[in-house]
Design a protein around this ligand. Structure first.
Ligand SMILES: [Zn+2]
Ligand SMILES: [Zn+2]
Length: 484
């Protein structure tokens, strides 16, 4: 059964459209739940701790407790379109203590001569799935559950090594991985978690097979819900409960499904999901908790319903018409968009209906970026890489692709200070007490030292292994190829 599904649905998930809902995900959820039933969650935790000893980070020269001065740098501060020259960056603890004029001497600090290279803020991916990005469908379907934990832990470090010091996680049970990273148990980015994706019955987060319909009164929690991947809610009371559960677990924002997707097993791309009062209920519950709701949706009808009822950020939105884009701009609605193009990073579907939808999204993507730029919508960039180990290495490449529409400064802002502005919508529910995405006094010391100037050559971010010589997160050096 599992192998048959894997073969049949093998092409559904990779790198093209949001695939959070595929039967493969369902099968993974089943395995996670089955594993939980076997108490192998304990093994999973053990495996995650094993990842700490496997980790190779933290081996770089840095005196504990001693400030570090990055001298002889040119600075992209996350906002300005030109480099700031003549100052070093002094890091003390996990924050930037000061920008220090080159003429001043700093005593009692380790000094790293950066040779005139460019120092910039760590990158932010605004649409990421920590738990499911890097595990292949078939492996997820056949491996022991602890292996799934290990892959997530390993991928967290790989994500950081690509220069992504913060991710906005828009679906999946990332709370524990986040906690372990924050505790310093293994390396990884800061995570702004949404937890389970809230969906109506039959919606984009309803992962059941057809034979599980109707839902029985004695078994009203589905496997995917037990695993924390999604939460199915119908009617205002259920929406309130499910949203509040995610907030209780520590969600920094709430993710709801307001429309269909390309790879959906059941829900059509053009479907609008959740009644206005259900969306409003999610927004009210989040708002009372001091945070906001983002919505997976592609179509104008869905986007407008989301905006009507208080959703602050649209995820995807590639099929928006111009009036809708103008409305997004007028209402200050955020647009978290991904370059779902018909290029080398796409994964063409075998099913003709899905392939046609893919093509529709690819055409829509080009137009959406053009319209977003034309109407000056607040845009954040993300990748939505899912079940795609090879695709993860292209995380930075997906950013460089934006050069088709934006100049390099705009691109870099989108993945630093602008994304940080989106993260700031979490308000007091932000897990981190400080600024990200900028180099300024008091901001978190999340830094990249780049060989070359990304304001002149954006392709540098596409090859982080070669071009990011030093990676700092939370004041700690996680990569250093400058000093060996
Ligand atoms: Zn989605
Ligand atoms: Zn997604």
């Amino acid at each position: 059964m599992r192998l048959r599904l894997g073969k049949r649905y093998g092409g559904l998930a990779h790198g093209f459209g949001c695939a959070c809902h595929t039967p493969a995900v369902l099968e993974l959820n089943r395995r996670i739940v089955a594993g939980l039933d076997r108490r192998s969650v304990l093994k999973g935790i053990a495996a995650s701790f094993a990842a700490v000893s496997l980790s190779q980070s933290g081996a770089f020269a840095q005196t504990p407790g001693k400030p570090v001065l990055f001298s002889n740098v040119r600075i992209f501060d996350g906002r300005q379109g030109s480099l700031v020259e003549g100052s070093g960056v002094l890091v003390s603890g996990n924050k930037i203590e000061a920008l220090v004029p080159a003429s001043e001497t700093v005593t009692d600090a380790d000094v790293i001569d950066c040779g005139g290279r460019v120092l910039m803020p760590g990158l932010i991916d605004s649409h990421w799935h920590t738990m499911l990005a890097a595990i292949p469908e078939l492996v997820a379907m056949t491996a022991d559950v602890p292996y799934v934990h290990l892959v997530a832990a390993q991928q967290a470090e790989a994500t950081l090594q690509r220069g992504f010091t913060t991710v906005r996680d828009v679906g999946g049970p990332s709370f524990s991985v986040k906690r372990a990273i924050d505790e310093g148990r293994f390396p990884g980015p800061r995570i702004f978690p949404a937890g389970a994706m809230i969906s109506q019955t039959s919606g984009h987060g309803d992962f059941r097979f057809r034979y599980e319909v109707p839902r029985g009164s004695g078994n009203d929690i589905t496997h995917s819900e037990e695993a924390g991947i999604s939460a199915i809610a119908d009617g205002v009371p259920e929406v309130l409960r499910r949203v509040r559960e995610q907030l209780m677990l520590g969600a920094s924002q709430i993710k709801i499904m307001v429309g269909g997707g390309v790879s959906s097993a059941y829900d059509p791309l053009d479907a609008t999901q959740f009644l206005p009062e259900e969306i409003r209920a999610a927004v009210d519950a989040a708002s009372d908790w001091g945070t906001y709701v983002c919505a997976h949706v592609y179509t104008s009808a869905g986007i407008n319903r989301a905006i009507d009822n208080g959703v602050k950020c649209i995820e995807h939105g590639q099929l928006a018409d111009e009036d809708t884009v103008r409305r997004m701009a007028d209402t200050g609605t955020w647009w978290s968009i991904q370059p779902f193009l018909a290029d080398e990073d796409s994964n063409p579907k075998s099913d003709p209906v899905q392939r046609q939808q893919q093509e529709e999204i690819a055409v829509g993507t080009v137009r959406a970026f053009e319209l977003g730029q034309k109407h000056k919508v607040r845009m954040a960039w993300g990748t939505d890489i899912l079940f795609n180990p090879r695709g993860t290495s292209g995380q930075g490449r997906q950013l460089a692709k934006l050069s088709r529409w934006f100049d390099n400064a705009e691109i870099l802002r989108m993945a630093t200070s602008h994304s940080a502005d989106l993260l700031a919508l979490s308000g007091e529910r932000s897990p981190y007490r400080g600024k990200v995405g900028v180099i300024e006094q008091g901001a978190f010391a999340d830094l990249l030292l780049v060989d070359g100037n990304p304001l002149e050559n954006i392709d540098l971010v596409a090859d982080p292994e070669a071009n990011f010589r030093i990676i700092v997160k939370d004041g700690r050096i996680h990569k250093d190829t400058l000093r060996g």
